[in-house]
Design a protein around this ligand. Structure first.
Ligand code: HPA
Ligand SMILES: [Zn+2]
Length: 342
């Protein structure tokens, strides 16, 4: 099962590039850029990674991101993530970045986007991995700041496919960002939003109806609302679920309590992703392994999750069809091989 799962062609649709900053690289960049960190060494940083909710993580995550200063830093960060994704069997990824985290420290948005875009090109040449970027607005900041960020990013429009909404969820409902999401739609950008991670099902409704999103990031609290579950199932609106993130941020006390399998069994388009892998103890393959073990997922479940990833992606239809055929071939080729526990 382990080898089979590793080689299963996958996507990653919910990963924050700033959340892939490993402590080693954090210290390397801090030294290079003369940035002082609140921790003395790598062990100190790792010891601080004990979170009790989303906000306790975000405080640390924004502190860590302060080491990112130059185009070369963003390039190096992204390349390190891409190589790990490739090793995990990821074929296509859609990666969030948070411009406001950097602009507000005086970093030019062009520095951020050029570094990331150069890395996407380099990894494509190196390994064939395809990369799309999604620009996220920080919902703890104002709608005006989000709009200004979108305008600042438009000269780099060709380097990202969509916009998203992240950061502190509770108290920052999607409805505040209706205007900027409408502007993004008029620019031809795809839309996604974090909703129902810690926030109520109502935020998922708002993301769908007011922000007109194609996917919901997390969305695990949808289960509390039967009507919403019905809608997500009927319209096959994908959820980008991040199991180890939910565990680390105390959405669940134990992965065996995670509702991923119930969402899948209810016919929802569930995908598995890593969110902030450097902070949550695992990249995408570790997330697949962890839920497979905790929830007793079958190979067929795992195949369907991987398949959902390609279906839910923003790839052009021909590319989706090509990957779905490759995935099916993989399924047929490996159907008779022995199944061992994950
Ligand atoms: O899981 C998350 N939720 C909200 N904002 C975030 N920013 C990085 N990760 C997250
Ligand atoms: Zn996230």
């Amino acid at each position: 099962m382990d080898q089979w799962l590793a080689a299963l062609p996958k996507t990653e649709l919910h990963v924050h590039i700033e959340g892939t900053l490993e402590p080693e690289l954090m210290f390397t960049l801090a030294r290079r850029n003369g940035v002082s960190l609140p921790w003395v060494d790598v062990e100190g940083v790792r010891a601080a990674y004990r979170f009790h909710n989303l906000q306790s993580f975000l405080d640390l995550y924004y502190a860590g991101a302060s080491v990112l200063q130059t185009e070369a830093d963003f390039f190096q960060l992204a390349m390190a993530y891409f190589r790990r994704a490739v090793a995990d069997g990821v074929k296509h990824c859609e990666v969030f970045f948070d411009p406001q985290t950097h602009i507000d420290r005086g970093i030019d948005i062009g520095t951020v986007i050029r570094g990331l875009a150069r890395a996407a090109e380099a990894i494509r040449a190196e390994s064939g991995l395809s990369v799309y970027y999604i620009l996220c607005f920080l919902r703890h900041l104002s709608a005006e700041s989000a709009m200004q960020t979108l305008l600042d990013a438009l000269p780099y429009r060709r380097h990202f496919v969509g916009v998203g909404l992240d950061s502190s969820e509770v108290g920052n409902p999607p409805e505040r960002f209706e205007t900027v999401f409408e502007q993004a739609r008029l620019e031809g950008l795809q839309r996604v939003a974090h909703a129902g991670e810690e926030g109520p099902p109502e935020y998922i409704w708002q993301a769908l109806d007011l922000l007109r999103v194609a996917r919901i990031d997390h969305g695990v609290r949808a289960e509390e609302d039967p009507q919403l579950m019905h809608r997500l199932q009927q319209e096959q609106i994908p959820l980008t679920v991040c199991p180890l993130s939910n565990l680390k941020l105390k959405g669940v006390d134990d992965l065996r309590q995670h509702n991923l399998k119930r969402l899948l069994d209810a016919g929802l388009c569930v995908t598995v992703n890593s969110d902030d892998p450097a902070y949550f103890d695992g990249y995408v393959l570790a997330n697949y392994r962890a839920v497979a073990a905790a929830l007793g997922l079958s190979r067929e479940n795992l195949y369907n999750i991987a398949r959902n990833g390609f279906v839910a992606s923003f790839l052009p239809e021909v590319e989706k069809a090509r990957w779905l055929a490759i995935l099916e071939q993989y399924w047929n080729d490996t159907a008779d091989s022995p199944v061992r526990p994950a």
